[in-house]
Design a binder for this molecule. Structure first.
Ligand code: GDP
Ligand code: MG
Length: 437
């Protein structure tokens, strides 16, 4: 899916200004891409309409190209589609343990996710108990015991001769005796939804009254996952969805549709088979993953809020004329800093992170340079030529550096200026537009 989006956006990027026809054409492609990714039809329709309406009616921001502007809207709508204010787990307050009941089809990942979740919350200071309520699959109890052991989390089981509801009741008693503040019930699933399973789960829920019923669905099954979620929610009522196997899902269809169809938040994402592979679900991350643009969107946003266009073009003029001084340098550094660390910034540019692996961008070095400039007087910043030995000593002392550091820094700065001059001189001759040499 992300390849498709890259293509659509690349075409838009080439445009200077977007017409209504451009937006409509792009949205037709977005629609096709989403449908192919197995996103629910109605969700696609609403999504495309929402984006179209905003893109056509919107004033394009000054600092963005029209193409970037559409990317921004698509991204924001995707985040809205998947996001929710209720995506955090809730806990029972005041007496009694928090009980979560895991439900879902066979193979969705209930047992694995029960353990992963228990592990995650144990790290946050909870004392979890896992309960084996799946009495139908022969190896189900053993499986839970194995993962529980890996995490050093106790597992309560009573074999497969008792009804799930009796196991759950006994587990609650055992849990309170042993001061567990979190009880996670791993229930049985079927290959397909069937009445007996549903009735059993409904009864279990009524009697146990879990704080949350968490539905586990396999993201790789696309729209089927959404359909399953809809049915479970109708019959049993769920509080949140955990999307598993997102590591193997390249289409994003289930992630994009589940919340819109069921109105239930996606709370966690399973990202692999290892017990540590469970993450809080972040709609922003998922959207940029689906759009396949690294964190380029964050970059757009940051750039937008931080860089003053006028200042930037003034800076560029100075660069060209090599009039650049320490004062300008300081301003550039501070602007960069307000956008996060330089290495963070580089990492956000798609394709850049790989290339930058060998290049060290040293934020410490930047801080050092900044301190030296800050120790200079305005006169010194504007004209480094006035900096003599005694001034260098003062700058070194003021910035907590050695005089050699100050020397090296000024020398490097003068060298880069010289280089800039040569470069802009060459460009001037080539283009035959440079008035001065
Ligand atoms: P259950 O029948 O719902 O209890 O499902 P299981 O917990 O037994 O999981 C079924 C299979 O899916 C197992 O092989 C798991 O290792 C695998 N699985 C579960 N969650 C994930 C996930 O997030 N990513 C991947 N790649 N595999 C998963
Ligand atoms: Mg299981």
């Amino acid at each position: 899916l992300s390849d498709k989006f890259q293509n659509i956006f690349n075409n838009l990027k080439k445009k200077g200004k977007l017409s209504e026809a451009d937006v409509k054409a792009a949205m037709r492609e977005v629609k096709m891409a989403l449908l192919e990714a197995d996103v629910n039809f109605k969700v696609v329709k609403d999504f495309v309409n929402a984006v179209k309406e905003r893109a056509i009616g919107d004033e394009v921001m000054e600092s963005l190209t029209p193409g970037q502007h559409v990317i921004k809207i698509v991204n924001e709508e995707m985040v809205a589609l998947m996001g929710s204010d209720e995506s955090e787990l809730t806990f029972t307050t005041g007496g009694g343990p928090t009980i979560y009941m895991m439900v879902g089809l066979q193979g969705a990942g209930k047992t694995t996710t029960s353990a992963k979740l228990a592990g995650l919350l144990k790290k946050k200071g909870k004392k979890p108990l896992l309960v084996a309520c799946d009495i139908y699959r022969p190896a189900a109890i053993k499986q839970l015991q194995v993962v529980g052991e890996q995490l050093s989390i106790p597992v309560f089981s009573m074999g497969n001769q008792n009804k799930p509801i009796d196991i759950a009741k006994a587990a609650l008693e055992h849990g309170s005796k042993n001061h567990h503040d979190l009880i996670i019930l791993d229930t049985a699933g079927r290959l397909h939804i069937d009445e007996t399973m549903m009735d059993e789960l409904i009864e279990l829920k009524e009697v146990i009254k879990p704080k949350e019923t968490l539905l586990v669905v396999d993201a790789m099954t696309g729209q089927d996952a959404v359909h399953v979620a809809e049915l479970f929610n109708e019959k049993i009522g769920v509080d949140g969805v955990i999307l598993t196997k997102l590591d193997g899902d390249t289409r994003g269809g289930a992630a994009l549709s589940v919340k819109a169809v069921t109105q239930k938040p996606i709370k966690f994402a399973g990202m692999g088979e290892k017990l540590s592979d469970l993450e809080v679900f972040y709609p922003e991350r998922m959207a940029s993953r689906i759009l396949g643009m690294g964190d380029v969107l964050t970059l757009i946003e940051k750039a937008q809020s931080n860089i003053d266009q006028k200042k930037a073009s003034e800076m560029e003029r100075k660069f060209r004329k090599a009039e650049f001084n320490f004062e300008d340098f300081l301003e550039q550094m501070q602007q960069l800093k307000s956008m996060g660390s330089l290495s963070d910034l580089m990492a956000m540019i798609p394709g850049m992170s790989a290339q930058m692996k060998n290049v060290q961008i040293d934020d410490k070095e930047m801080a050092k340079m900044e301190a030296m400039i800050l120790s200079m007087t305005v006169e010194e910043r504007n004209d480094p030529n006035v900096i003599n030995v005694s001034r260098k000593n003062r700058i070194a002392a003021g910035s907590g550096n050695k005089i050699q550091d100050v020397n090296r820094f000024i020398k490097q700065f003068e060298q880069s200026k010289k280089m800039m001059k040569q470069m802009s001189g060459m460009m001037g001759k080539k283009g035959r537009r440079g008035g001065k040499g």
